[in-house]
Design a protein around this ligand. Structure first.
Ligand code: OOG
Ligand code: MG
Length: 253
């Protein structure tokens, strides 16, 4: 198992928007090694001038785990080139087979460098928003093992952030809708995300400490999708609508 080589394979697949075979079909590697491949692939992005803007959690809701056939929470890194603003277009040609999912995003207020409890989580948060996450597995047919998807930075490809709301906005049971061309496609409660999306903060803290990743003020944390993800197509307008937090949308071109 050659970490440098495998990280190059997943990184170049993302860079060139070209699907690859699952690494696990020909390589045997553990979850821990998969995170090492992910870290090395992110180092390649840093060396091209990208910078970390935060972390994302994945498979924090049962519907997502079921959709993808996996059994555990995962985390990945978000960089500045993944950030899309409302009003930007998502250009299909830059992706392999992008999917959109509705999320809740947190803005970090204080450095998180130790495990924290759910009760403490609020103190570390500056603001909260609705978000769309764009995931784009680099693997053919969006098929992967847990180790594969971790090595591939958890399919991270894009984030569209809505308007920030105060950190004390209640978020434990909000209606969340993924709408395509103004038609709701998936509907869920934010409670589907770990029982309460705020739990993604202690979860991210635990994982970040475990893997030696800093979480700094100004970083964002995506809590994980409440619903399954949908493939997007040219010409569509995709929206996440979150009760209290408002709507955020992106045009696919
Ligand atoms: C992995 C990413 C999962 C989420 O919110 O659960 C994720 C994938 O489904 O390709 O981002
Ligand atoms: Mg997600």
């Amino acid at each position: 198992m050659d970490i440098a080589n495998l990280s190059k394979i997943v990184d170049e697949a993302a860079l060139n928007a070209t699907a690859i075979e699952q690494l696990s079909l020909t390589q045997s590697f553990t979850e821990k090694e998969a995170y090492n491949i992910q870290a090395a692939s992110i180092e390649r992005r840093y060396s091209r001038g990208e910078r970390l803007i935060g972390l994302k959690l994945g498979f924090t809701s049962r519907l997502k785990m079921q959709q993808m056939g996996v059994h555990d929470m995962i985390w990945g890194r978000l960089t500045n080139t993944m950030l899309l603003e409302e009003g930007d277009n998502l250009v299909m040609d830059k992706f392999i087979h992008p999917r959109a999912e509705p999320e809740i995003c947190f803005l970090v207020k204080k450095k998180i460098d130790r495990p924290i409890s759910l009760l403490e989580a609020g103190q570390y948060i500056e603001a909260v928003s609705a978000a769309i996450e764009i995931i784009d597995s680099r693997y053919q047919n969006f098929k992967f093992s847990l180790e594969d998807v971790i090595a591939d930075n958890c399919s991270s490809a894009g984030v569209v952030l809505g308007k920030w709301h105060p950190a004390n906005t209640p978020i434990d049971n909000l209606g969340m809708i993924l709408a395509v061309d103004q038609k709701p496609v998936h509907i869920a409660s934010s409670a589907a995300i770990l029982g309460n999306p705020l739990r993604s903060i202690p979860a991210a803290a635990r994982l970040a400490v475990q893997y030696g990743q800093e979480i700094n003020p100004g970083d964002i944390i995506l809590a994980g999708a409440a619903t399954p993800a949908v493939y997007v197509q040219k010409g569509q307008y995709v929206q996440a609508r979150v009760e209290r937090l408002g709507n955020v949308g992106i045009k696919i071109t």
